[in-house]
Design a protein around this ligand. Sequence first.
Ligand code: IPD
Ligand code: CA
Ligand code: CA
Ligand code: CA
Length: 271
Amino acid sequence: GLDTALQLAVRAAFEAGRIQQAHVGRPHRITTKSSFSDLVTEVDGLCEAAIRELIAAEYPGHAVLGEEEGEQGQAGAEYRWVVDPLDGTVNYAHGFPFYCVSIALERRTQTGAERLLGVVYDATRGELFTATHSGAALLNGQPIQVSGTPSLSTPALLSTGFPYDPGDSRNLGLLGRLLAMGVPVRRPGAAALDLCYVACGRLDGYWELGLKPWDSAAGALIVSRAGGRVTDEQGTERSDAPVIVASNGLLHPELLTVLKGAGGQAGGARP
Ligand code: IPD
Ligand code: CA
Ligand code: CA
Ligand code: CA
C-alpha cells in the first residue's frame, strides 16, 4: 500500500542524503551536460543508482524516471517513480549548502498521472518533507502549512530559478518586474526545496520556467497538501508543466498578474 511505498521513498531519500553528505566538500568529478553551467558530479549518479536499486528490489514492476538515467523499467507500467537524485547540483559542487533529493510516485491514468506521494530530503539540515495524495504535508513528521501572507506588498518573500540554457532569458523580464516593484526575491538554486519552503511558509511564492518533471514532482504535491496552490503561468491548476507558479494561494492571483506582465505597484511610488 501507500504506507509501504512512502517508507521506501523515505529510506531511498535518506540513503541519497547519506551519500551526499559523505562526499560534500571533497573534490568532485565534474562534467557538463547542455552548457558550461549545467554540471553533473559523480554524486548525482551514485545517488540515482542507490535509489533505483532500492526501488527495484521492492517494486520490480515499476518504472523509474530519473534525471541522470532517464526512464527505465517496464514500459507503460502503471506506477512510475520520478527521481531527482541531487537537486541543486551547482550548489552542491560548490559546497553551498542548499540541495536535496526528490522522489515522487505517480500512478498513470487514462488522462495523465496521479501523484501518490512525494518526498524531499535536505540532508544538510536533516529536514524531511513528505506528502501523500490524501494526507497532510509533513516536515520531520509535523504538519506544515503555507504562509498567511496576503499580498506581494506585505511584503512577501519569493524565489525563482533559471534554466541552464544561457539563451533562454525569458525569466529576466519577469524577475525584473518584481524587483522593480521592490518585492524581495531569492534564487536559492534547488527547485524541489524552493517548493518545500513555500509549503512550510518560509517562502510565500515561487515560480520558474523550464522545469523538468523530476524538479517539481514531489515538491508540487507537498505544496498542495500544505494548503498552497500550484499552477501553470495561466493559472490552471497543474504541477507537471514546465512553467510552475506555486504560492500560499492568497497572493497567487496577484503573482500571476505580475508574471503575465500586467499590474504591479507593490512598493508604491518612488520617493
Ligand atoms: C536545477 C535546480 C535549479 C533550477 C534548475 C534545475 P539540478 O536542478 O533545481 O534550482 O533553477 O531549473 O534544473 O540540475 O540541480 O538537479
Ligand atoms: Ca542537473
Ligand atoms: Ca533538479
Ligand atoms: Ca538533479
